[in-house]
Write a protein that binds this ligand. Sequence first.
Ligand code: SF4
Length: 224
Amino acid sequence: PSLPDVDARVSVCRACPRLVTWRETVARDKRRAWAEEPYWGRPVPSLGDEDPRVLVLGLAPAAHGGNRTGRMFTGDRSGDWIHAALYRAGYAERPTSYAAGDGQRLVGVRMVAPVHCAPPDNKPTPAERAACGPWLDRELQLADSVESILVLGGIGWQSVHAAAARVGWTMPRPRAKFGHGAQTVFGTPEGRAVRVVGCYHVSQQNTFTGRLTEPMLDEVIGML
Ligand code: SF4
């Protein structure tokens, strides 16, 4: 299997009944602004370079963002922030991405998530996070050129530690605590070192309040 194989397989997963119902209900009812557009309404596969040097790991697609466009981190304000920052750092060809076919290309970056379906209130349950874990495990195992992982938010931080432990990667003990600018290094069974950098999530809750600013985001991307 390859990363595109994982993308194809995850996009038809129906393992979490609550999330299947939610993603399909949102896609049917839509938001008025996009009433005339088709919604994806399925698990959102990872997006970006098939041979990535950097993974960007969030939490889960947004109901009217990725769940609408079918592309991780597109179609909402969070996506706008991360695409703009990746562009500033030379990891994206355009500063925005809104839909398939918009010309965006991520260079050396792949966006991944510990949960591939939009959850109600953006809050997956522990059982749903556990169910989706094997997809992240496969990402880590197959992305054998990855040198660093940017982790957006504390749940992503926990998830990537759990996935790395399951696939036999090593990490410092005790585990590093999440924080903006937190750093740790994982070791893969092949002997690669993978730098892991924490970043406050690009959610509107953080970006509207100034908890996360563009310079703060640029600074942690510069650590990759
Ligand atoms: Fe499958 Fe993950 Fe979606 Fe659950 S959240 S249905 S495990 S893709």
